[in-house]
Design a protein around this ligand. Structure first.
Ligand SMILES: [Ca+2]
Ligand SMILES: [Ca+2]
Length: 257
């Protein structure tokens, strides 16, 4: 009897609770849609090779190179292959439920690469939902097809510099103009920024002199085509022709014409 009364009370309670949610439109917390976008921690690498379009690890040719004067800054000959790799780790504020992020919706802006959008390279850590960025996931993005720039003090880079760096690199040749680029995740929320750097080996590339403008050629006045001088014509008359000419000359003498 007591258990029947308990079941009855439970049923009434559930009906009242359902009515409350129906009237107020407030759903239980566990059923709420996650609405918080977490933050990204960014690590930017410079890679002394073309690292390909996809991958699931940070290649050994890539270094973090945060300190332009650090010993790990790569020394890259001007024109050599170069890639940039961006590692984005998604974190969620404590007590929040974070929206999973589609990798292609992540936007990374690099100050030295205006107009170039890093592409999805692959997942370094892809827990929970495969193929989307969940909290604690780390995903990689890449810029390929770059070449090391000839770095001289005469060069001006799009994002500023070069600056003096590479003071402690392994070749021991000391400071020189150094490329530094800084990247930031700007979508879907503005998050962390990180840099990477490289320089050229000695002897440094020489500044390319401005191309000498060739002198404008003076127009040569067009000379009229020479008038052909006819060769003197010698008429040799023989026989009847000579007799006719002699007769004509004799007649002109007589008539005085
Ligand atoms: Ca870095
Ligand atoms: Ca995932």
């Amino acid at each position: 009897m007591r258990s029947l009364r308990f079941v009855g009370s439970l049923a009434v309670g559930l009906v009242l609770l359902g009515t409350f949610f129906f009237v107020t439109g407030v759903a239980p917390a566990a059923a709420q849609e996650p609405t918080v976008i977490g933050t990204f921690a960014l690590v930017k690498y410079v890679c002394s090779a073309d690292i390909g379009a996809t991958g699931g690890t940070v290649p050994s040719t890539c270094v973090d190179a945060n300190d332009p004067n650090g010993a790990n800054v790569p020394v890259l000959a001007a024109g050599s292959a170069l890639s940039f790799l961006y590692e984005a780790t998604y974190t969620c504020p404590a007590g929040s439920v974070c929206t999973p992020i589609n990798p292609i919706s992540v936007t990374i802006a690099d100050n030295q690469l205006p107009g170039i959008a890093p592409a999805v390279y692959g997942a370094l850590q892809d827990g929970t939902n495969t193929g989307v960025i969940d909290p604690t996931d780390s995903w990689l993005f890449v810029v390929r097809g770059q070449q090391a720039i000839p770095l001289t003090n005469a060069v001006t880079l799009p994002g500023g510099g070069p600056i003096q760096g590479c003071a402690n690199v392994s070749d021991g040749d000391g400071a020189r103009p150094t490329y530094v680029n800084s990247a930031q995740i700007t979508g879907p929320s503005v998050s962390n920024t990180d840099v990477a750097a490289y320089c050229n080996p000695f002897p440094l590339p020489t500044a390319v002199p401005p191309t000498a403008v060739p002198p404008t050629p003076t127009p040569i006045p067009s000379t009229p085509a020479p008038v052909p001088i006819p060769e003197p014509i010698t008429v040799v008359l023989f026989g009847t022709g000579l007799a006719a000419l002699s007769a004509a000359m004799a007649a002109r003498k007589r008539t005085g014409k």
